[in-house]
Write a protein that binds this ligand. Structure first.
Ligand SMILES: C[S@@+](CC[C@H](N)C(=O)[O-])C[C@H]1O[C@@H](n2cnc3c(N)ncnc32)[C@H](O)[C@@H]1O
Length: 215
């Protein structure tokens, strides 16, 4: 798979701080997606609690939902994002939550999540607010699966069809080129399962779907 940025790189470069405020806003998430930011943290906490080995968070963005969780965790953790400005904010949030310095066991990497250096493997891979940006979920899950240890787990979240208001906003984002596809929960489940990586479960809250794939 060639190197590719999912979504609009200019937007993340120009609006990292605005994105961070928006994704952490209870009102924004409730009004547009029927969700609560705490739900994103709960899913991330489940991923972090699912093992003890190396953990990778892909497309970490500003780590709005995960900064404090990574600080509280004892796992060796790699955080990857292709946008420098987004990753910089993630590093600052984590350092602040840790009392001023980034813990040694946490590494930040500004790169394509599907182009890892070498053949590193992780016990857990987490990606929040991600799969709606991806044109081919099956291929992406397969590529992430190559970075997963045997018996490892993937935790991936995606916007999917929900209420009429969510669907209208998804259509707007799609028309603007901000997201790649509008899927139903069932379509997302089928595309994840077609990867053949392992058993798949999907839970939906509002317009956010939470996919777990166990190898
Ligand atoms: C919608 S944001 C989600 C950020 C964060 N996970 C959250 O839920 O707040 C998508 C993120 O994916 C990053 N991204 C896009 N394509 C990527 C790629 N190929 N590899 C790594 N990060 C990527 C963007 O820079 C952006 O920070």
């Amino acid at each position: 798979m060639s190197e590719s940025f999912f979504g609009d790189p200019e937007y993340y470069a120009r609006c990292a701080k605005a994105y961070d405020a928006m994704i952490g806003s209870k009102v924004y998430n409730k009004v547009f997606w029927g969700t609560d930011p705490r739900q994103y943290s709960i899913f991330a906490a489940q991923a972090i609690a699912s093992g003890k080995g190396p953990l990778l968070e892909v497309a970490v963005g500003t780590a709005q939902a995960t900064a404090t969780l990574h600080v509280a965790s004892a796992r060796t953790t790699t955080l990857v994002d292709m946008s420098g400005p987004m990753l910089k904010l993630a590093g600052e949030s984590i350092a602040t939550a840790a009392g001023g310095t980034l813990p040694d066991r946490i590494t930040l990497e500004c790169r394509d999540m599907l182009a890892p250096p070498g053949d590193r493997r992780y016990e857990t891979i987490l990606g929040l607010g991600l799969l709606h940006l991806v044109p081919d979920v099956t291929a992406t899950v397969r590529e992430l699966g190559r970075q997963l240890e045997d018996h490892g787990k993937l935790f991936l979240a995606s916007l999917v069809r929900g209420s009429a208001r969510s669907n209208a906003y998804l259509a707007l984002l799609k028309a603007h080129g901000d997201i790649a596809r509008i899927r139903s929960g069932t379509e997302l489940f089928d595309e994840a399962r077609a990867s053949g990586l392992g058993s798949v479960t999907l839970a939906r809250r509002g317009a956010m779907a939470y996919v777990e794939i166990s190898r």
